[in-house]
Design a binder for this molecule. Structure first.
Ligand code: NAD
Length: 501
């Protein structure tokens, strides 16, 4: 079978380029696909197409229910190919088939359905309160912003893409999407589904290109009115700086260093399983992973022993095998970054009690592998406890009181996720004190379409999903319409008068 080749969608046409990316499986290094390698000239074409489509107005004037129907149709198209897409995602970025079927494809389908359903009750144009005493009508409209740039990472590419594209399109915007250069395939499959669902030309455009210069050129393009970005905090900050020039709207979903607090009354059988799930799911490459485990000092020995024993039962290997728990790291570059953190951790005095190296065996000769790793002797000032490693690497810290646990948990620049394990009332009280956009009690990775996803502090700006998702892609417009038939007693005077009296 020949290797599939993917091109870019610009203004309703598929564009190829002389140079191509080679997408190789991080487990086997086999060639999975080739992809057009776009440049900034393609960004110019795509933004111009999106701007023209916005200005022509056909899409933004299409009734919201019809726009939502196109988006919902895409969910059905993805659902009908769910197994095939899950395999493709596994082959592309090494996430295990256990999670690509659920977190990557399954959850994306329900997210799209939910986001499309928001069109039904959204206040597209609502009459406001009476403006009186003069007869005047007040309306509040929600209008699309214009050209939206969506820039997404490689770790959970489809979900991070649909969180942006679906609400942007339901709200009537036009879009230029730039997938990550290491994992663009599912975004391109999504674009094909939109084309098949009848989305008009120019409304969704996809440029596959490097972060620098292509992503940076797109996020700084003067005709882009909103950037929706998921990726590293460093790039998020640069996008925010770029956006100052034109007061461009920005949504950022960035890094995390999730604190996972085990209270002394936690059921350890459940909490240990949950801790492994919190940190190691998606091969440890999840922004909302629980990577800082906080345990009562007097229970450290028992907890670490049980944790190491549990981790030893994980099956590392072929990510296409449904029995596998941990697949490869997504790229050689990411693997090298994790190995560098092992060096830093050792230098800082942390001790690896599990992992800390590549697994041994003939099946690991090709690809990029790291054993699930646990560091003890960690304090919260160490880089291994403060910086995002983005791999299957857990740091264990101790606390003497619950107040201290909360203090350590909140002592971080990040604020995306956190978790607490223990009896319900106590754990909930701790959850209320944590500075994080998502706090899970006796669970982890609960990402529900009807609840907002996003972070405090340097973990981001704005939220994705949830009931207010369309607000991130609309501008509010107040229209007042005078019915007094004169210029006396205008609304302005109404505001002034009570003060004067
Ligand atoms: P990255 O920031 O390097 O890349 C993300 C995307 O931005 C890619 O498409 C890349 O090509 C593009 N890009 C790179 N440089 C750019 C620039 N200067 N201007 C514009 N675009 C640019 O991120 P990464 O390290 O590849 O991805 C992992 C990061 O993403 C982690 O820090 C992780 O926590 C974060 N992440 C966050 C969430 C969330 O929802 N909060 C979800 C997944 C991943």
């Amino acid at each position: 079978m020949s290797t599939p080749h993917y091109t870019m969608l610009i203004d309703g046409k598929w564009h190829d380029t002389p140079e191509h990316y080679e997408i190789r499986s991080p487990a086997t290094e086999e060639l999975v696909a080739t992809v057009a390698k776009g440049g900034i000239e393609h960004v110019d074409l795509a933004v111009a197409a999106a701007k023209a489509a916005h200005e022509a107005g056909d899409w933004r004037r299409t009734p919201p229910a019809e726009r939502a129907a196109v988006v919902a149709d895409v969910a059905a198209r993805l659902a009908s190919r769910a197994d095939e897409l899950a395999v493709l995602q596994t082959r592309e970025n090494g996430a295990t088939i256990r999670v690509t079927g659920t977190l990557h494809v399954g959850l994306s389908v329900v997210q799209i359905q939910y986001l499309a359903s928001l069109a039904d009750n959204y206040p597209w144009e609502d009459k406001g309160p009476d403006i009186g005493p003069v007869p005047a009508l007040g309306l509040v409209r929600r209008e699309p912003i214009g050209v939206v740039a969506a820039i997404v990472p490689w770790n959970i590419p489809l979900l991070t893409t649909v969180w942006k594209i679906a609400p942007a399109l339901v709200a009537g915007n036009t879009v230029v999407l730039k997938p990550d250069e290491h994992a663009p395939l599912l975004a391109l499959e999504l674009a094909k589904a939109f084309e098949a669902a009848g989305l008009p030309a120019g409304v969704l455009n996809v440029v596959t290109g490097d972060g620098e210069p292509v992503g940076a050129y797109l996020s700084g393009h003067p005709d882009v009115r909103k950037v929706a970005f998921t990726g590293s905090t460093a790039v998020g900050k640069s996008i925010l700086r770029q956006s100052a020039d034109t007061i461009r709207r920005v949504t950022l979903e960035l890094g995390g260093k999730g604190a996972n607090i085990l209270l002394d009354d936690a059921d350890l059988d459940i909490a240990i399983d949950g801790t492994v799930f919190a940190c190691m799911a998606n091969n440890g490459q999840a922004c909302e992973a629980g990577t800082r485990l906080l345990v009562p000092a007097d229970k450290r020995e028992e907890i670490v022993q049980r944790l190491v024993a549990r981790i030893a039962t994980l099956k590392i290997g072929d990510p296409l095998d449904p029995a596998t728990h941990i697949g490869p790291i997504a790229s050689a570059g990411q693997r090298d970054r994790i190995v560098e953190y092992f060096r830093i951790a050792a230098e800082e005095g942390a001790t690896a009690v599990a992992g800390g190296r590549a697994p041994k065996g003939p099946e690991f000769e090709k690809g990029y592998w790291i054993e699930p790793t646990v560091f003890v002797d960690v304090t919260n000032d160490m880089r291994i406890a403060r910086e995002e490693v983005f791999g299957p690497v857990l740091t264990v810290l101790t606390y003497d009181s619950v107040d201290e646990a909360v203090k350590i948990a909140n002592d971080t620049n990040y604020g995306l996720s956190a978790g607490v394990w223990g009896s319900e009332a106590r754990a909930l009280e701790v959850a209320r004190q944590l500075d994080a956009g998502m706090v899970w009690v006796n669970d982890w990775h609960v990402i529900h379409p009807a609840y907002p996803f996003g972070g405090y502090k340097e973990s981001g700006l704005g939220r994705e999903g949830g009931p207010d998702a369309l607000d991130e892609y609309t501008e509010q417009k107040f229209i007042s319409l005078d019915r007094s038939g004169g210029i006396e007693n205008k609304a302005f005077a109404i505001v002034i008068d009570p003060v004067a009296n």
